[in-house]
Design a protein around this ligand. Structure first.
Ligand SMILES: [Zn+2]
Length: 313
């Protein structure tokens, strides 16, 4: 009998672990950062000095993480405002060599923390550095430590066979655009997917460089209205608007096209880290306007709240 109970207990414990009741990695917050997180933030601060970013510190934000990269670096994000609903997700440093995007997202996290009115009745989630392994090597790389382009690795519907086919035909098998051995093979991709599943954002902004434009994806039923709104934002920010299209495994495809999430890609004009604060000054109004763009419904049933303001050219 005792043996049976012990066996049942072991089975129950095993079940709990397998079913995810006990997460594989603990949750950490800034008020009790793990040694791993502290070390990581210190490393980032050293990098900031290297890039001349004197006005940001990576600590002091309630960072959370549940996953690490191949080189054991935490995949951090911070959540501000409401626990759920009316959620906007921001991604920076998806490509490790697009340096000012990382500055922009740390700066935005501090700005939102210092201006709680911005998150009133909203939920904002910022993942400032999606590809720390690519960012923290001596010569930063677009790809992660496994050699994968994270913006070609999202599990979109026709990833197999389109991703590899397009990589061979359009990409000429350039290593910078390698989509990975299979869809969603990378921790950094699963990290972004997990944030999308958890927070069900209606809007996502992903920062890249150096192609110098705004691009957008979203529900096809509202794409024209979103485009009109983007034209206005583009004029106000004096930054070109371009419909770049999407790739197998890209965020625009996964989130915008397949899940009807309003997805804005900001391509900065250069990858020069010295431009960080200038870019924040230039694009901060657009970030705030995107945060305030009225959208209703939970994805995939999101739509723009039609108002004169949105529709006015
Ligand atoms: Zn990029």
């Amino acid at each position: 009998m005792i043996q049976h109970k012990a066996t049942a207990f072991c089975l129950c414990l095993a079940f709990c672990f397998l079913s995810g009741l006990f997460p594989a990695h603990p949750v950490w917050a800034a008020h009790q950062p793990s040694k791993e997180l502290k070390r990581f933030l210190e490393t980032l601060d050293q990098q900031n000095v290297r890039y001349g970013w004197k006005d940001i510190k990576c600590g002091g934000i309630p960072w959370e993480y549940h996953r690490t990269t191949r080189l054991h670096r935490p995949l951090i994000f911070a959540h501000f405002g409401k626990p759920s609903g009316d959620c906007i997700l921001f991604f920076g440093g998806v490509h490790g060599d697009e340096l000012p995007t990382v500055y922009l997202m740390f700066k935005l996290a501090h700005y939102i923390q210092d201006h709680p009115d911005v998150v009133k009745n909203k939920c904002i989630v910022i993942a400032p550095l999606v590809n720390p392994d690519g960012y923290l090597v001596s010569s930063p790389t677009r790809i992660n430590a496994n050699g994968v382009d994270l913006n070609r690795n999202f599990p979109t519907k026709r990833w197999h066979p389109d991703a590899h086919r397009q990589w061979a035909s359009k990409g000429k098998k350039n290593k910078r655009y390698y989509p990975g051995p299979k869809a969603g093979s990378e921790q950094e991709t699963l990290f972004q997917v997990a944030l999308i599943k958890r927070f069900k954002p209606q809007k996502i902004l992903s920062a890249h460089s150096p192609l110098n434009f705004f691009d957008y994806d979203g529900p096809s039923s509202d794409l024209n209205s979103f485009e009109q709104w983007m034209e206005k934002i583009s004029r106000e920010a004096r930054h070109p608007l371009k419909k770049f299209g999407y790739y197998p495994g890209s965020l625009g495809n996964y989130a915008g096209h397949e899940r009807n999430i309003f997805t804005l890609t900001l391509e900065l004009p250069t990858s020069d880290p010295k431009q960080g604060s200038e870019y924040f000054r230039k694009f901060q109004p657009a970030f705030l306007k995107f945060i305030n763009l009225p959208v209703t419904g939970t994805p995939p049933y999101t739509r723009l709240v039609k108002s004169d303001k949105v529709n006015r050219k």
